[in-house]
Design a protein around this ligand. Structure first.
Ligand code: UDP
Ligand code: UDP
Length: 467
């Protein structure tokens, strides 16, 4: 079988990737980088900013360069950045801002990079408004890798947020109620909102957009973007998901897992008996709410594997599970519940036959990984794009969205009793399970030779050669 976009003779593309901060942004980048780096006739560079905000980012970048020695590292040294200008802001968002303010330093990296000359850039959306103009000046193709769903891309493309915001009607896609928008977008002075609007306005000038989704998952949003219904003249949108793991380790990990590790533990559990609980790569739930989740899982009687993150930045985490979830909890669930604070290979865990349900914050990477694994979701969005993502889950029918469960910043705690009831109900919901399996089959078809995502990837690689 040929790999997507197998290159013939002709120009040798050199693609420079410019990822942004946060694992939710970096991981999908690493997956596309690995897909291209597997082609001998494509040169790949990755703009790297060290030190990274989190240890997970540093580990994954090191893993990429070790696995693909041909991939070049292009170090970007940020200008000094005064974070005190933005008190209380998330350190990842502040890194986006620091990157944006140093973006002009990308010019020499792109223009004078190692031979052959850089012929195309793939930038994270958070940097788009700065990187696209530089690429135009240097006459280099610029593609945006959009790490959320096509529905969210359509919201960004509208970029018409004004005072009062209100519900947003996206032609050909859907109406997004104000309460489902990322919370900061309700404040036009928020630094996130300013970035969002600037990037949304500039993205129309990109040469193409890559999205980690697939046609069967978001048919209406993709069609509306491509037909110019959302914004006339919008760049070509290549839906290339589900992106596959960037390392070969996912398949091999099972054999080398130490006793007591999540994979080894799952190996001892009956088929589809375990609820996998994870809310992304950083803390997304208050301490009080975590205790209610613990109570709900305990009362459900279900087996569970809980990947617990208690801080925004992993390096700051020095708490014990017992301190967070309450004394005696681990003892009471011993044998049927495993809680880990370590980094796990979530993509592999979701494919494990012992897992029967994913209680998730519906970060887009998690949603796509669940879709690829044919895993039913119990979606409990907490912030950012997650309610928009949950709309996609609900309309696809491969999960249940708890639309009225609390959103970050709201006071109400979802009680352990509510969580117990819903977990039990969705664990035994045969219709959702069938729909999830069907979604998994559609995902596999999309990336198989001749599938929609396979062809989209070919088309993208074809464009890289046309310089
Ligand atoms: N992830 C993982 N192991 C962990 C925590 C997170 O593999 O211990 C991965 C997860 O599979 C997903 C990404 O990190 O690919 C998180 O992205 P997502 O969009 O789901 O949520 P975010 O963390 O950005 O809110
Ligand atoms: N986003 C965007 N344009 C921007 C900044 C962010 O489209 O200038 C998207 C980003 O891809 C994500 C969403 O806005 O899908 C919300 O970001 P969030 O606050 O959830 O942070 P993240 O999970 O991306 O770190």
């Amino acid at each position: 079988m040929k790999s997507p976009g197998e290159l013939g003779s002709g120009a040798r593309p050199h693609v420079m990737f410019i990822p942004s901060a946060g694992m939710g942004h970096l991981l999908p980048f690493l997956r596309v980088i690995a897909a291209l780096a597997r082609h001998d006739d494509v040169d790949v560079s990755v703009v790297t900013v060290l030190p990274t905000v989190s240890a997970a980012e540093a580990d994954h970048l090191a893993g990429l360069f070790a696995a693909f020695p041909r991939v070049r590292r292009a170090d970007l040294h940020l200008l000094p950045f005064d974070a005190s200008e933005f008190p209380g802001h998330d350190p990842f968002l502040l890194r986006w801002e620091a990157l944006r303010r140093s973006a002009h330093l990308l010019r020499p990296l792109i223009a004078c990079g190692a031979a052959p000359r850089v012929s195309a850039i793939v930038t994270d959306v958070t940097l788009a408004s700065h990187v696209i103009p530089i690429s135009k000046e240097l006459n280099v193709q610029c593609h945006v890798h959009f790490i959320s769903c096509a529905t969210m891309l359509s919201l960004l493309a509208k970029a018409e947020l004004g005072p009062g915001v209100g519900d947003v009607d996206i032609p050909g896609v859907r109406r997004i109620p104000e309460s489902y928008l990322p919370q900061p977008l309700r404040d036009l002075n928020n630094v996130f909102t300013k970035q969002f609007i600037d990037n949304g306005r500039e993205i129309i000038n990109a040469d193409g957009i890559l999205v980690n989704t697939f046609d069967a998952l978001e048919p209406a949003a993709l069609a509306a973007l491509r037909d110019g219904k959302v914004v006339p003249g919008f760049p070509p949108v290549n839906a290339i998901g589900p992106l596959d793991s960037h390392t070969a380790s996912t398949a091999n990990a099972k054999q080398s897992e130490p006793a007591g590790s999540p994979v080894a533990w799952l190996g001892e559990q009956p088929a589809r008996s375990v609820v996998y609980v994870a809310f992304g790569n950083r803390s997304a739930v208050s301490r009080d709410q975590l205790r209610q989740i613990a109570a709900g899982l305990e009362a459900s009687g279900c087996r569970f594997l809980w990947v617990l993150k208690t801080t925004t930045v992993d390096k700051d985490d020095n708490t014990e599970v017992e301190d967070v979830l309450g004394c005696g909890f681990l003892e009471r669930v011993r044998g049927r519940g495993l809680v880990t604070k370590a980094w796990v290979d979530q993509e592999a865990l979701l494919k494990h036959p012992a897992v029967g349900l994913f209680l998730s914050h519906s970060g887009w990477n998690s949603v796509v990984e669940a879709a690829a694994a044919g895993m039913p979701l119990l979606a409990w969005p907490r912030g950012g794009d997650q309610r928009v993502n949950a709309m996609v889950v609900a309309s696809g029918g491969f999960g249940v969205w708890m639309e009225h469960w609390s959103w970050d910043g709201e006071d109400r705690l979802v009680t352990g009793e509510e969580i117990r009831e819903k977990v039990k109900e969705v664990m035994s919901d045969a219709a959702v399970r069938v729909r999830a399996m069907k979604t998994g089959e559609e995902a596999a078809k999309a990336v198989a030779e001749g599938g929609t995502s396979y062809r989209s990837m070919q088309e993208f690689i074809g464009k890289l050669r046309a310089t």
